[in-house]
Design a protein around this ligand. Sequence first.
Ligand SMILES: *[C@@H]1O[C@H](CO)[C@@H](O)[C@H](O)[C@H]1NC(C)=O
Ligand SMILES: *[C@@H]1O[C@H](CO)[C@@H](O)[C@H](O)[C@H]1NC(C)=O
Ligand SMILES: *[C@@H]1O[C@H](CO)[C@@H](O)[C@H](O)[C@H]1NC(C)=O
Length: 457
Amino acid sequence: MALQRHLLPLFILWVFSSCFYRSLQEDPFSSFIDETSGYDHRAYPTYFGIINDQEGELEHRFARFNEYDPENLSYEILAKVGSPSTSAQVFNVDDYGAKADGGDDSEAFKKAWKAACSSSSASTLVVPQDKSYLLKPVTFWGPCKSDVTVTISGTIEASANQLDYKNDRRHWLIFENIKNLLVEGGGTINGNGKTWWQSSCKINKTLPCKKAPTAVTFYNCNNLGLKNMRIKDAQQIHVSFEKCSNVQASNLMITAPEKSPNTDGIHITNTQNIQIKSSVIGTGDDCMSIESGSRTVEATDITCGPGHGISIGSLGDDNSEAHVSDVVVNRAKLSGTTNGVRIKTWQGGSGSASNIKFQNVAMNNVFNPIIIDQNYCDRAEPCKEQKSAVQVRDVVYKNIKGTSASSIAINFNCSKTYPCSAILLQDISLVREGGTAKALCNNVKLTKVGTVSPSCS
Ligand SMILES: *[C@@H]1O[C@H](CO)[C@@H](O)[C@H](O)[C@H]1NC(C)=O
Ligand SMILES: *[C@@H]1O[C@H](CO)[C@@H](O)[C@H](O)[C@H]1NC(C)=O
Ligand SMILES: *[C@@H]1O[C@H](CO)[C@@H](O)[C@H](O)[C@H]1NC(C)=O
């Protein structure tokens, strides 16, 4: 009996995972990037369907996700970081006084975290389904005694009262100094950012520019998993990985209105060995931004739009030294974004952005599909010309197809003193609907393989 009880779910899992695997093989998703036609709108409903699934579907998603991995990447992180094991001790926020009645539940979450984090065996902090908890800024501090899983099945909503952030306007939820942490559960983290957007100087030019919180920050975490979560309407950045290593993030849906200012989807800084997979991101700023100190970053199967695209940078602001290397963006789909795959650096910086690969990317109506901008300037007053620059080299663009919303489909605007070097374009086909697409190439050393269109003159 006991044996059967264990085997049945396994069998079901196996059946489902083989089905998912097969359907993926047949999915237009995998083949469509070879088509010139561009964007497959069917991908959206698929993703939304997945995210909307009920709790019982989670296992399928996990199975699907594991099968999905084409490159046999290491899954030891998530294996080690307790997948919700029956042996883990459960700490339910409701048992620590959380009410989910619209009042402040911060203290209950802090108490539950403290208990979970000091548990001597693996623990699970549970945020129950079908309830909405209101939180002021909370830091979930480590180190913890054992592996911790945070299972968010319900909704966590941010206090919209800006006074609650008076001690630190930059952060809402922080996970800090934690090893072996998994955050998952199919629930929602809602930054409730509307009041912050309205008071942004980018929206209302009469207002002073002030900082606004990042919804979820992971700081100094090692062996971290974030999966099956919906994160929406952040005050500013949605999810930020800072000074972390060995990170896997997957099956995330990150959304905010197109007009919400600075609401980057996933921000990565000073972080090494990070994989982001199978996620849908549509916000008012970069879907992903990869910043200085980041190395070995892999983004696979990202659907992006609306937003500002997938960016490396901006690097080198305020004459700073920046280093980003070993980035692979594979099988991305961008639709209606202002940029596609972008590298942006400020004049006056130093350091480098190198070993970067953008491949198998589908563009639908993207304003700047391929862009390197070494003259990036995001300030009200124009940036003055400076000689020093962050060196951009060894960048591969391979199999990038689709439509450009502007006439400049490829824009390499590189520095005179530090030209972009070893840039490879292979099998590129970008067209402008009802017009001609062109490539602008300033100070760039290019190699072309296969058909590259448009091409610099
Ligand atoms: C691929 O996965 C198998 C089974 O998990 C493992 O034994 C092997 O080492 C992996 N290969 C690589 C290159 O990671
Ligand atoms: C901009 O901010 C000012 C000062 O708070 C306010 O009076 C005005 O109504 C705001 N404008 C808009 C369009 O919200
Ligand atoms: C290149 O950058 C300079 C400086 O920001 C800008 O004036 C120019 O318009 C850019 N060229 C293109 C083609 O984007």
